[in-house]
Ligand binder design. Structure first.
Ligand code: NCC
Length: 407
């Protein structure tokens, strides 16, 4: 008798389990136990904890939270399978970069990093401008066009004491070297470029700008293969680990380097005390690759750009120069009629993976630690002429050229 009851109980529980998994979970009526993957990611090297997830809105969590790298909307998933409407895809607003992001939206660790850089004030920034954060997108474009001179230096700008390396600066103006450019692409190095399949779209532009050590070989499907410009920082040129003199990655396209000066320094003061001692390696590279144009940005450009970011931000930003990313975007806005920027504002592929070509994870790569990157992105979002769908699906922002702008 007891064995009979036990048998019935076993059969009944097997039936219950089968019903639960096959019908309720798979049809999405109950929340699947594995849905936790939305929030938990692998421990990040340099990250805060295993349970970090993206906060796109306020620290109070008013907005949705989405884990890096997933495109799905957890609420929709819980509501059961819904057919994708191809004509008008719905983008959850909280999944597109919010131009009002502030330090409150940063992880506590990155808030602290920001405060430390503010206390350090390495470049003796003495900002005396006013906060004018109600400018329209058009007014902001005019500010960028009239006040930021994205110029390169020539040997005649430098003191005699700098002639040992200054003699290697190109004589032909960059505008002439680049020629007239209609549509240009700027490719951020973000991890979210991975699996984007944007390669063909990127290569369809008249010119493509890439940053630092970002490769194309092995990543063509996602980042394309054309490199017209490469903007590099002086740290990369100066430190042996980057193999700047030996790596063929740097041998194609027009090279441009930048090095931060103190906020109020002139060229003479900068030459005496650059951020990184790049002179010898710059000269050596030029001797070995004399045919390849290799420009150096005027150090004041970075601070002119920084002033505009600070003026258009209601709180104090890091007193450090803008990232290569924003410098490159503005450079291209000066050289091209239209600029498409990829994954500077992260798409649905958003991730803490720092670069598409490395395995290192750190949220700071996307929102900034040393660079005022979050605020740079807020400005770019305000300037965007494209739509939220393009940001969400392609990570693409469309900006106008500013050379002929009537202000
Ligand atoms: O990482 P980095 O930048 O070379 O990236 C180039 C530009 O892409 C944008 N980016 C990158 C990663 C990410 N997850 N999101 C992004 O939006 C940024 O706009 C970034 O500027 C730099 O700005 O020069 C920087 O350089 C690196 C590093 O020096 C080079 O990669 C050397 O190869 C800096 N990292 C370190 O110093 C450790 C980084 O802070 C800024």
């Amino acid at each position: 008798m007891a064995r009979g009851i036990a048998k019935v109980l076993v059969i009944f529980s097997v039936f219950l389990c089968t019903f639960y998994f096959c019908f309720l979970e798979l049809s999405g009526i109950v929340k699947p136990s594995y849905s936790f993957q939305f929030r938990v990611r692998k421990p990040a090297r340099g990250g805060d904890s295993q349970h970090e997830f993206w906060r796109w809105g306020t620290a109070e969590g008013r907005r949705d939270t989405v884990n890096g790298g997933t495109a799905e909307n957890p609420t929709r998933r819980m509501a059961g399978p819904v057919k994708e409407r191809k004509s008008a895809p719905r983008i959850p607003a909280a999944n597109v970069w919010d131009e009002h992001m502030s330090s409150k939206d940063l992880l506590p660790r990155l808030q602290k990093v920001k405060r430390n850089y503010q206390a350090l004030n390495k470049y003796n920034v003495t900002f005396r401008g006013s906060h004018r954060h109600n400018l329209s997108s058009r007014e902001l474009l005019c500010e960028l066009s009239t006040r930021v001179k994205m110029t390169t230096i020539s040997s005649s700008d430098l003191p005699l004491s700098a002639s040992a390396w200054g003699q290697y600066l190109p004589t032909r103006p960059l505008q002439e070297e680049a020629g007239r450019l209609a549509r240009c692409a700027v490719v951020s190095s973000a991890g979210s470029m991975k699996s984007s399949g944007l390669g063909l779209e990127i290569d369809s532009h008249d010119a493509v700008l890439r940053f630092n050590a970002a490769p194309t070989v092995g990543f063509q499907a996602d980042v394309g293969s054309k490199t017209t410009f490469r903007l590099i920082n002086s740290q990369l040129v100066s430190t042996a680990e980057h193999k700047f003199l030996d790596d063929p990655l740097y041998n194609s396209g027009i090279l441009l380097m930048w090095d931060p000066a103190p906020y109020n320094a002139n060229l003479h003061q900068w030459c005496k005390k650059p951020d990184f001692q790049f002179f010898e390696r710059y000269s050596a590279y030029r001797r070995n690759n004399s045919e390849q144009p290799f420009y150096i940005l005027h150090p004041r450009s970075a601070w002119q750009l920084w002033d505009i970011i600070q003026e258009n931000t209601p709180e104090e930003i890091q007193p450090d120069p803008p990232s290569s990313g924003l410098l490159g975007i503005l450079l291209m806005m000066n050289l091209c009629d239209q600029v498409n920027v990829y994954e500077f504002l992260p798409s649905k592929r958003r991730t803490d993976l720092c670069h598409y070509y490395q395995k290192f994870h750190d949220r700071a790569c996307t929102v900034g630690g040393y660079h005022p990157l979050m605020y740079e992105k807020n400005v770019v979002k305000r300037l965007n002429q494209g739509d939220d769908e393009s940001i969400y699906y392609q990570g693409r922002v469309t900006l106008p050229g500013i050379t002929g702008l009537q202000c």
